[in-house]
Design a protein. Structure first.
Length: 438
């Protein structure tokens, strides 16, 4: 019995020692490799978690005293892929289109020829995709950056100049201004060494659109040096739509119709009197690497289109055997209405009871008077059509404001308010205001 107990004790001791083999003094080089990896990839602090909004590379081996120790990487999320490259480096492939923020643990396991291993883990996060998100959401994301961290791609923000820390420099051709984004006035963004046409004349109170990389510089959230003044007023980037379109697989379509403005560079199929359509290719915002074909395009003015014309098109974008195109049924809309058309298209994706998160302004033609003007309540209910799109009407419920009393069918009006889906009707909610009557 004593001999049996002794054998069991020895066996238990061996089993206990096995998991910590890699942590013993006999594996000092292995532990040095582990410490090296930790120093390379540790988080900036105990509370900060490094954000990984795009794919990134990590090392595939660690040299210690002339010996290469192999490093294997893994993650505790199925959306994170580990790709070993031909040169031995490793790419961590993240899902840039995450609909919500994802927290994951990245683990490095280093091993020697004897099979001993040591592991170290790092907390990481993938932010929610910013494609199509509001300015407020981009600002929120910017304020999660840790000291020294910079976005991997450029973003565009529209805000009001609230401060000019550094006046225009004739020598360097730039200026530094701080802007506040509506709804995020307590989270300003500095535009460091901002350049571009009109930058020289900027003053407090100007409303501008700025594009560039955003970084955290010693706690200051800023557009990095090299940021550009896109223009005065709101100028919305169309690149996120192009990015989403070019990620489609053969046969896939974007979930909702959208609008793009571009310049015609090619006419694959001339105007057909028989079918009443034309096929043109356009370049959006000068991005020649991402052309969009407008297949069997219809609408007022389509017959007379020529290369070099600036157009705006509304429809569903798809990948047809590798060709990115507006599908058949796409239509010309007036240039300058594409932002409003995108807003209406997004509104038509709302579920019953849902409302858009931001206040919106739309200009349209009154198609019907649904409830006559009330002298008691000083409001009227009308339905408007945006950019001539009869299938995308918006009701303006209990619309109030100067001139509301005299509105009639055919008037062009501008309305501001919250857009919602009320039992299937897309409408400006009660409290919407009449801004202008043309």
């Amino acid at each position: 019995m004593k001999k049996l107990i002794a054998l069991i004790a020895v066996l238990a001791l061996c089993l206990t020692a096995m998991p910590v083999l890699a942590e013993t003094a006999d594996n000092a080089d292995l532990l040095s490799a582990k410490a090296y990896i930790y120093q390379m990839y540790k988080n900036p602090s105990r509370t900060d978690i490094k954000s990984t909004p795009a794919d990134y590379d990590v090392i595939g081996s660690v040299p210690v005293d002339g010996v290469e120790y192999k490093v294997e990487w893994s993650a505790d999320s199925d959306t994170i892929k580990v790709i070993v490259n031909e040169d031995g480096s490793v790419t961590i492939d993240v899902d840039e289109n995450n609909s919500s923020e994802l927290f994951y643990k990245l683990t490095a396991t280093v091993s020697d020829e004897a099979g001993n291993t040591a592991s170290v883990s790092f907390d990481r996060k993938v932010p929610a995709s910013l494609s199509g998100m509001s300015y407020e959401q981009i600002v929120d994301y910017a304020y999660t950056l840790v000291d020294g961290e910079k976005t991997v791609k450029t973003y565009r923000l529209y805000g009001t100049v609230i401060k000019i820390p550094t006046e225009w420099s004739e020598q360097y051709g730039n200026i530094t201004v701080d802007i506040a984004i509506a709804g995020k006035e307590d989270m300003p963004i500095e535009c460091y060494r901002l350049k571009g046409e009109g930058a020289k004349d900027l003053k407090v109170g100007d409303q501008i659109t700025v594009e560039g990389y955003i970084k955290n510089y010693k706690g200051l959230i800023e557009f990095d040096s090299g940021c550009v003044l896109v223009g005065y007023g709101e100028i919305i980037s169309q690149q996120p739509i192009l990015d989403a379109a070019y990620q489609l697989l053969d046969g896939e379509k974007l979930a909702a119709p959208t609008a793009l403005k571009g310049t015609i560079v090619k006419i694959p199929t001339e105007w057909s009197e028989e079918y009443g359509n034309i096929t043109v290719d356009m370049i959006v915002d000068g991005n020649e690497e991402m052309p969009i074909e407008c297949y069997r395009l219809t609408g007022e003015g389509a017959k007379d289109l020529a290369i070099g014309d600036e157009i705006a098109v509304f429809g569903t974008i798809k990948n047809y055997k590798g060709l990115i195109e507006f599908d058949k049924g796409c239509v010309l809309i007036p240039v300058g209405t594409e932002n409003e058309v995108r807003t209406v298209a997004a509104a038509y994706q709302l579920l019953d009871g849902e409302a858009m998160k931001t206040v919106n302004t739309l200009t349209g033609v009154i198609a019907s008077i649904d409830n006559a003007y009330s002298e008691d309540y000083k409001n009227i209910t009308v339905t408007i059509v945006i950019a001539g799109l009869e299938d995308y009407k918006v009701q303006c419920y209990r619309l109030a404001g100067e001139g509301a009393k005299d509105l009639k069918v055919g008037d062009t009006i501008t309305v501001t308010g919250t857009i919602k889906n009320y039992k299937g009707t897309i409408e400006f909610d009660k409290g919407c205001t009449l801004d202008a009557v043309k």
